[in-house]
Design a protein around this ligand. Structure first.
Ligand code: PMP
Length: 358
């Protein structure tokens, strides 16, 4: 830290992103990326746009907004494209949080939520997950805070139903309810249609997971016109050109090639179910997942050892040090071949400990 850093940031603990190694070829199952490349139409659209990079991007993202709006059955005024869904989460804390307006979210969820709360000086209430690691929607009915829930939750993968979310939204008419649907395309049901009825609901999605665009940085919010206007006020006060030209073009092309991504999601779901079964056969506890990852742990090997030993063997998964989940690892679903490598290595590890069942 230099002597110039503002005192208000002196004790800030920033978010730690998952490892993005460049030194060795890993089977990379640690940051919930898609194992599939973007569709060829996306690459073509990006290279067309590359020749126009001398010009600023459209700050309104007009074409992209129109195509997202049409796909989700809303109006362009209900859509705000952003530089990765992380950015709209940040805008949300800035727009709605202050010392009188706290945020409530699950104690085990996306690690960026408490970081933004701290950074934006917004009080937070972290509500414990249930014994089985599920979110109990009843904990969020008629609360004093704005509500922020990842659905499916991360890193656990469990999902609430649309009617449970509707109850949360209805019971908090004077609070904003933010539903982070980063992983919704892997088996959950989106609550986007509820925005037509509830002015206090903000749904956040990303192109980083099911649409294979993590490196392009593209997310979006869908909400009532009033909420989108608030978030635009913040955006235009920070960075009007937040979504670059190539990314806007990539987003439009991705939505047009929907069949490609639907098929990829279907394959990921099927590999997920098969991997869950195989992990259970090896004695792992595996939470039910509607995401592109599994959250798994075993009494036979602690989470940190599993993470370290797999890394030494060239397989990267994600481990969290929080007490209640420190015996688990979050494993991104890759190709069947990648899952075979993962499981072969886990079996070898358990064998080496004299613990394998098969
Ligand atoms: N929400 C959740 C629950 C996530 O897991 C992630 C990805 N790590 C994000 C939001 C952010 O995704 P992105 O900024 O790539 O859109």
């Amino acid at each position: 830290m230099s002597r110039f850093l503002s005192a208000k940031y002196a004790s800030l603990i920033p978010y730690t992103p998952g490892e993005q190694p460049r030194d060795m070829k890993y089977v990379k199952l640690n940051t919930n990326e898609s194992p599939f490349p973007p569709s060829p139409a996306v690459a073509a659209a990006v290279s067309r746009e590359a020749g126009r990079l001398n010009l600023y991007s459209d700050p309104e993202c007009t074409l992209l907004k129109a195509s997202v709006a049409e796909y989700y059955g809303v109006q362009p005024e209900n859509v705000l494209p952003v530089n990765g869904s992380d950015e709209i989460l940040y805008f949300t804390f800035l727009a709605y949080g202050d010392d009188q307006n706290a945020f409530a979210f699950p104690d085990i969820s996306y690690g960026f939520y408490p970081v933004y709360a701290e950074f934006c000086n917004v009080p937070k209430r972290e509500i414990p997950l249930k014994e089985d690691f599920s979110v109990d929607y009843r904990d969020y009915l008629g609360v004093k805070e704005h509500v922020l829930i990842a659905n499916p939750n991360a890193p656990t993968g469990t999902c609430l139903t649309v009617s449970q979310i509707e109850e949360i939204v209805r019971s908090n008419p004077d609070r904003v309810v933010i539903i982070d649907e980063a992983y919704i395309d892997f088996g959950g049901e989106s609550c986007v249609p509820l925005i037509q009825q509830y002015e206090n609901l903000l749904v956040i999605q990303t192109f980083s997971k099911s649409r294979s665009l993590a490196g392009a940085r593209l997310g979006f919010g869908i909400a009532s016109e009033a909420l989108i206007r608030d978030l635009n006020t913040v955006k235009y006060s920070i960075n009007p050109y937040n979504v670059n030209r190539m990314t806007q073009a990539a987003g439009v092309a991705a939505i047009e090639d929907d069949a490609y991504y639907k098929e990829n999601a279907r394959r990921i779901i099927s590999v997920r179910e098969e991997t869950a079964t195989r992990l259970k056969t090896l004695g792992f506890t595996v939470l039910p997942s509607t995401a592109n990852f599994l959250f798994a742990g075993s009494d036979r090997i602690d989470g940190e050892t599993l993470y370290r030993e797999l890394k030494a063997r060239g397989v990267l998964v994600r481990h969290f040090t929080k007490e209640r989940i420190k015996n688990f690892c979050r494993i991104t679903i890759g190709t069947p071949e990648q899952m075979d490598i993962l499981l072969t290595n886990i079996r070898a590890l358990l064998d080496a400990k004299g613990n394998a069942t098969i």
